[in-house]
Design a protein around this ligand. Structure first.
Ligand SMILES: C[S@@+](CC[C@H](N)C(=O)[O-])C[C@H]1O[C@@H](n2cnc3c(N)ncnc32)[C@H](O)[C@@H]1O
Length: 234
C-alpha cells in the first residue's frame, strides 16, 4: 500500500516535471482553448466577493488564481499551493504582476496553514492527481472558514453517448500530439488513464458530503467532459 502511494506520488511528479514548460500550450491545443471557458465558468459560479481570500490548491501555472484576482477587482488575497517546483515556478513567472499572492510548495493532503483561514478553496484539474482524495477533502474543510466554500473543477463523465464515443476516439490521439508538440507522450497517456479511472459526478459529490461539506451541488460543462462541484463548510 505504502509503495503504491509512493509510486503514484513519483509518477505524478515526473509527469508534471516533464510537461511544465509546455503545460499552457498543450492545454490550449488539446482542448481547442475550451479549458479557458471552463475555468471562466468555474470562477463565475464561485462569484468571489471583494476583499476575500482564496487558497488555490494544485495551482499549476496559476490560471485560477489569475481569474479569481481579476473577478474580485484585484482586492483579494491569494495563496497558491503546488507540490511540483517546476509548475510552481511557471506560475510565479506568469503571475509576477499580481500583488497579495503567496506560494506554498506542498501537497493538497497536508497544507501548512492554520484552521479556519480561507473564504474560498479551489482545486482545478488537481483532485484527480492527489494520492488521497478523502484526506484532501478533510484538509480543505479544516482550512476553510466556517461559511467558506469549496470548489472543484475536474474531468468527469460525459452524459451523451455519441459525444462520449467521439471523445474516446479523440483521446487516443492526444498522446501523439503530446509527443509531437511537447516531446513526450507519457504525460498524456497518464492524463487519459487518470480521467478514465476517476469518479463520476455523483461519486465525487458523495465524497464531499462524507467529508463534511453541506449543500453540495455540481454543474456539468460541455456535457460532463468536465464538472464543477461546490460545497460549503457550515
Ligand atoms: C493538471 S494540473 C492543474 C493546474 C491548474 N490548477 C489548472 O487548472 O490548470 C495538476 C496539478 O496538480 C499538481 N498535483 C499533483 N499532485 C498533487 C497533490 N497531491 N497535491 C496538490 N497538487 C498536486 C501537479 O503538480 C499539477 O501542477
Amino acid at each position: 500500500m505504502k509503495s503504491t502511494i509512493e509510486d503514484k506520488k513519483k509518477l505524478v511528479n515526473s509527469v508534471f516535471t516533464d510537461v511544465h514548460k509546455n503545460y499552457d500550450l498543450m492545454n490550449d491545443i488539446i482542448s481547442f482553448g475550451i479549458h479557458r471557458k471552463w475555468k471562466e465558468k468555474f470562477i463565475d459560479w464561485m462569484n468571489p466577493q471583494p476583499y476575500s481570500n482564496l487558497i488555490d490548491v494544485a495551482s499549476g501555472t496559476g490560471d485560477i488564481a489569475k481569474l479569481f484576482y481579476n473577478k474580485s477587482n484585484k482586492t483579494s488575497e491569494i495563496t497558491c499551493v503546488e507540490p511540483n517546483v517546476h509548475m510552481l515556478n511557471q506560475g510565479k513567472i506568469k503571475l509576477k504582476n499580481i500583488d497579495n499572492i503567496k506560494w506554498i510548495n506542498s501537497l493538497a493532503e497536508n497544507i501548512p496553514v492554520t484552521d479556519d483561514t480561507y473564504d474560498y478553496y479551489s482545486i482545478s484539474y488537481g483532485i484527480r492527481n492527489v494520492v488521497d482524495i478523502e484526506k484532501t477533502l478533510k484538509e480543505s474543510f479544516r482550512i476553510l472558514k466556517p461559511g467558506g466554500r469549496f470548489m472543484c473543477l475536474e474531468f468527469s463523465k460525459i452524459d451523451n453517448e455519441i459525444l462520449s464515443f467521439l471523445y474516446k476516439q479523440y483521446s487516443k490521439t492526444i498522446p501523439f500530439i503530446g509527443k509531437y508538440v511537447a516531446g513526450s507522450d507519457k504525460p498524456y497517456k497518464y492524463l487519459i488513464k487518470s480521467i478514465e479511472k476517476f469518479h463520476n459526478q455523483e461519486q465525487l459529490a458523495e465524497l464531499m458530503r462524507k467529508n463534511g461539506f453541506s449543500n453540495v451541488e455540481f454543474r456539468n460543462v460541455s456535457n460532463g467532459i468536465s464538472a464543477i462541484h461546490s460545497g460549503w463548510k457550515i
